[in-house]
Write a protein that binds this ligand. Structure first.
Ligand code: ZN
Length: 359
């Protein structure tokens, strides 16, 4: 596998050995990664939920000038918050090694966060201009604070709703690192009800790093499992676990959540047969994921897996098809699912699905 990754890097002009970049410009040769390529993983007889796209949502014009929508979450009212990169893209020019190479562009000058009405898809409010360079993850905590990551800045930000000045900034601007006060292209955030902040870190570190509510270091976890781009987090407090989409290892890992907010044993280690899981969300006994198969010429799809054993009970798609589905979020009642896409092969960037339990 190490050899395959090196070859992949060489063939794709990779920025650093052992590191998989995100841009859609990269082509992943079919033969190099060893994902399962048959469809025997699918156990349709067990399907208990249906996932159906609402193809007219949102209106076409909303995202016509936006190239990559990276992050999404849903607030308590059902409004959809998306984090996008304006006219900017993460491409071959963005980084040299771990360092961002386009500081001279300045921050993105338009609002990078749009809040969409869940029914009409129209923009209710927008904010977040003149601060971010390469937006990545967006998470709303139980107090409706927004947590975002920027892979160019190597930082994590916390914002109260209706305030554009951050309450908390973690990491040092443009300085990648692997100690307690630096990140390297952090990808996602999850916040427990007690305020512990978990950050998946990230494209060039292989850890989950935790902070107390005031931003002081609380611990780092998962290095022993050799994650390769931990890309998305799903905190499931009723099951006392934190799950990680370990993207380039094509697996989902879950760690037990201790009383003090640290992480304990690895309780779930499920291979994802359809490829690299870019994002995960939990719904009851299921984990929903969007995946990209480098072994299938970049075939992207949504899948529903049983959390307990990783069995795939169904796959799902958008009408137009996914290109590089990058993040997903589910409404608090579990009825609506949103997916955002950073790929360049689909004109649609934001997708809405309705989920129904099948009796
Ligand atoms: Zn990403």
């Amino acid at each position: 596998m190490v050899c395959a990754r090196l070859l992949l890097c060489l063939s794709a002009g990779c920025l650093a050995a052992g590191f998989y970049p995100e841009p859609a410009e990269y082509f992943y040769p079919e033969q190099l990664l060893d994902y399962k390529t048959n469809d025997k993983f699918l156990k349709t007889e067990n399907t208990r939920i249906s996932i159906e796209e609402q193809v007219e949502w949102p209106p076409e014009n909303i995202f016509k000038d936006i190239r990559q929508v990276a992050g999404v979450d849903v607030d308590r009212l059902g409004n959809v918050h998306v984090f996008h990169r304006g006219d900017r893209m993460w491409d071959m020019r963005s980084f040299k090694g771990d360092n961002y190479q386009q500081q001279e562009l300045g921050p993105i000058q338009i609002d990078t966060i749009l809040i969409l009405d869940p029914s009409s898809g129209q923009v209710i409010r927008s904010w977040g201009k003149n601060r971010f360079y390469l937006p990545h993850g967006l998470t709303l905590d139980s107090h409706e604070n927004s947590w975002v990551t920027d892979v160019a800045l190597h930082q994590v930000f916390k914002f109260a709703s209706n305030n554009e000045e951050p309450l908390l900034v973690l990491g040092e601007k443009f300085k990648p690192g692997s100690d307690r006060s630096h990140f390297c292209k952090p990808t996602d955030v999850a916040v427990s009800s007690s305020g512990i902040v978990f950050v998946s870190d990230g494209y060039c570190n292989s850890r989950i790093i935790a902070f107390k509510p005031d931003g002081t270091f609380h611990g780092e976890f998962g290095q022993q499992d050799k994650m390769n781009v931990p890309h998305s987090l799903s905190l499931i407090e009723e099951r006392k676990c934190l799950c990680v989409a370990d993207r380039e290892n094509a697996r989902i890992l879950c760690y037990s959540l201790k009383e003090d907010g640290s992480l304990g044993d690895l309780t779930v280690n499920n291979d994802v047969p359809t490829g690299a899981p870019y994002a995960i969300v939990n719904r009851g006994e299921y984990m929903l994921a969007v995946t990209l198969s480098y072994a299938r010429d970049g075939a992207a799809m949504g899948i529903t897996m049983k959390l307990s054993d990783g069995d795939v009970i169904n796959t799902w798609h958008s009408y137009e098809g996914f290109s590089m589905p990058h993040d997903m979020a589910i409404s608090s009642n579990g009825t609506f699912l949103y997916v955002v896409d950073v790929g360049k092969f689909t004109s649609k960037k934001v997708f809405k699905f309705e989920i129904n339990d099948v009796i």
